[in-house]
Design a protein around this ligand. Structure first.
Ligand code: HAH
Length: 338
C-alpha cells in the first residue's frame, strides 16, 4: 500500500469552522509551508499582548502585527486578535501612578480605552475577532473574579468597560471573553454566570473563547461536552482559541522523556479524535478552532509549567511531519462528508 497523501486540514473543515494557529515572529517564517497549507486563520502568540504592542505609554510597536496582516493577505488567512485586557504580560507602567498624580479608576479606564481604541481603529476590518478580556475568572473555589490591578483599581465593571470600548472602536469585530480551565465544572459555571450577566446588561459580547489547553488525561470528554453545551446555551458563538494536548498532566513534572512513546502518540491521537468529534457535533455553535502553535518544533509548553522540558502537543511533529493525531482529526471530517 502506498503512503496516504496529506491534505489541507482547513480545506477539509472549510464548511464547518476555521482552522487556526498561533504564530510568532520566528514560526511565521520557519513554519511557513504548514501555515499556508493547513490553516486559514492566524493569531499572534505574544506580539500583540499589551507589554509588546504598547511597551511605554503612547508608544506603540505595530511592526509584527503589520507583518502578520501582510502574510495573511498574501495567503488568505483570517485573523484573531489576542489579547486586549489581561493580568499578565501587561506593561508595569499601566498600573503605575504618573508623577504627582494618583492612579485611580478614571485614569486606568482612560489607559484601557486608549489602548483598545488605538488597536481596534488601526486594525478595523483586519481582525475579525478579538479576545477582549482574558482570564478574569478565578481558579480558586468560592472566589469569582481573579484578583488583579484591573479589578482592584477599577472594580468589577472593568470587564464591561473593555467590551464597550472595543465595540465603539470597531462595531463589526466579534468580541470574545477567553479563558482556560474552561471545562472545569466550577470555573465553567462562573464563566457562564459572568457572560450571562453581561448579556443582561447589554454589554456587546459575541462569544466565549475556550482556550482548550488540554492533556492526555484531562479534562474528561464529559466535562468538555458539558462545557460546550452550557456556553452554547448562551446563544453566542464559541471559538476554541488555544488548543493543545500536552503529553503530561498539569502537575506532572517529569523531565526524563526525550521523545514521546508510541503509546503516548496513540493516546494523543485518540484524544484529538474524540475532541474533534465533539467539535463536529457542535459545529452550529463553533466558528473556529485555533491551535496554540503549528508544530512540535516550537510550543510554549516546552517551557511551561516545567522550564526547558520538551512537549509534543500539536498535530505536526518536530520535523513538520504529520502525527497520528493529524489523521484522526482529518478522518472526523470525512465521516461527516461521507
Ligand atoms: C494562555 N494562558 C494565554 O492566554 C496565552 O496568551 C499564552 O501564550 C499561553 C497560555 C493559559 C494558562 C494556563 O494554561 C495555565 C496557567 C496559566 C495560564
Amino acid at each position: 500500500m502506498g503512503e496516504r497523501e496529506t491534505v489541507s486540514l482547513c480545506k477539509a473543515y472549510e464548511d464547518l469552522f476555521l482552522i487556526g494557529a498561533a504564530v510568532n515572529r520566528y514560526t511565521l517564517h520557519s513554519e511557513k509551508q504548514l501555515i499556508q497549507k493547513h490553516f486559514n486563520s492566524l493569531t499572534a502568540e505574544n506580539e500583540m499582548k499589551f507589554e509588546q504592542i504598547q511597551p511605554r505609554e503612547g508608544q506603540f510597536n505595530f511592526d509584527y502585527a503589520d507583518e502578520l496582516i501582510h502574510v495573511s493577505e498574501q495567503f488568505g488567512h483570517k485573523l484573531r486578535g489576542h489579547t486586549l485586557v489581561w493580568h499578565n504580560q501587561t506593561s508595569d507602567w499601566v498600573f503605575e501612578a504618573p508623577d504627582g498624580k494618583e492612579l485611580n479608576r478614571e485614569l486606568l479606564l482612560e489607559r484601557m480605552r486608549r489602548h483598545i481604541s488605538t488597536l481596534l481603529t488601526r486594525y478595523q476590518g483586519k481582525f475579525f475577532s478579538w479576545d477582549v478580556v482574558n482570564e478574569a475568572i478565578s481558579d480558586q473555589k468560592g472566589e469569582f473574579l481573579r484578583p488583579s490591578p484591573w479589578l482592584e483599581v477599577i472594580g468589577e465593571d472593568f470587564i464591561d468597560h473593555a467590551f464597550h470600548y472595543a465595540h465603539e472602536a470597531d462595531p463589526d469585530a466579534l468580541l470574545f471573553y477567553n479563558d482556560y480551565n474552561e471545562s472545569d465544572p466550577e470555573k465553567r459555571d462562573k464563566i457562564y454566570q459572568l457572560v450571562q450577566s453581561m448579556l443582561k446588561r447589554d454589554v456587546p459580547i459575541h462569544g466565549v473563547g475556550l482556550q482548550a489547553h488540554w492533556n492526555l488525561y484531562e479534562p474528561s470528554l464529559d466535562h468538555i461536552k458539558q462545557a460546550i453545551e452550557k456556553y452554547a446555551s448562551l446563544d453566542l458563538q464559541l471559538q476554541i482559541t488555544e488548543m493543545d494536548v500536552s503529553m503530561f498532566r498539569f502537575d506532572d513534572h517529569r523531565t526524563d522523556l526525550l521523545k514521546p512513546t508510541e503509546e503516548m502518540l496513540e493516546k494523543q491521537a485518540e484524544r484529538y479524535e474524540q475532541m474533534f468529534k465533539l467539535f463536529v457535533e457542535y459545529k452550529q455553535h463553533i466558528s473556529s478552532v485555533t491551535f496554540w502553535g503549528v508544530s512540535d518544533a516550537y510550543t510554549w509548553l516546552s517551557d511551561f509549567p516545567v522550564r526547558g522540558r520538551k512537549n509534543w502537543p500539536l498535530l505536526f511533529d518536530t520535523n513538520h511531519q504529520v502525527k497520528p493525531a493529524y489523521w484522526r482529526v482529518l478522518d472526523q471530517i470525512s465521516s461527516v462528508k461521507g
